[in-house]
Design a protein around this ligand. Structure first.
Ligand code: SF4
Length: 103
């Protein structure tokens, strides 16, 4: 009797394992999780406010300067990175602040 149950359990395990492996291997399936906006510097971050950080287009920013060209920026991916000034989250590669320093 036990020999009949083992193949069914094995089949169930293989189905579950295959589904999990398939979900993991889908191209870009983890990208949205890793680059979640929740990881960005909060809008009310006191340091960000003090240095005038903006995540995107703004009238106050200097043309040709953005975080990706700043010496304090380390890229995490093509859109986000870490800033040595702002430690509460990631900054946009297209962001800017008054502390911008050429790489
Ligand atoms: S210091 Fe550089 S990397 Fe940090 S927010 Fe300002 S421009 Fe961006």
């Amino acid at each position: 009797m036990k020999s009949f149950q083992a193949p069914v359990e094995r089949r169930s395990f293989l189905k579950l394992f295959g589904a999990a492996l398939g979900a993991f291997l889908v191209p870009g399936a983890w990208r949205g999780v890793l680059a979640a906006p929740a990881a960005a510097v909060p809008a009310n971050d006191p340091v960000a406010l003090a240095i005038g950080y903006v995540a995107g287009p703004s009238k106050i920013r200097v043309k040709g300067q953005n975080c990706s060209g700043c010496a304090l920026y380390t890229a995490v991916d093509s859109q986000w990175g870490r800033c040595q000034m702002l430690t509460t989250g990631l900054v946009s590669s297209q962001g800017w602040c008054r502390s911008w320093s050429k790489k």
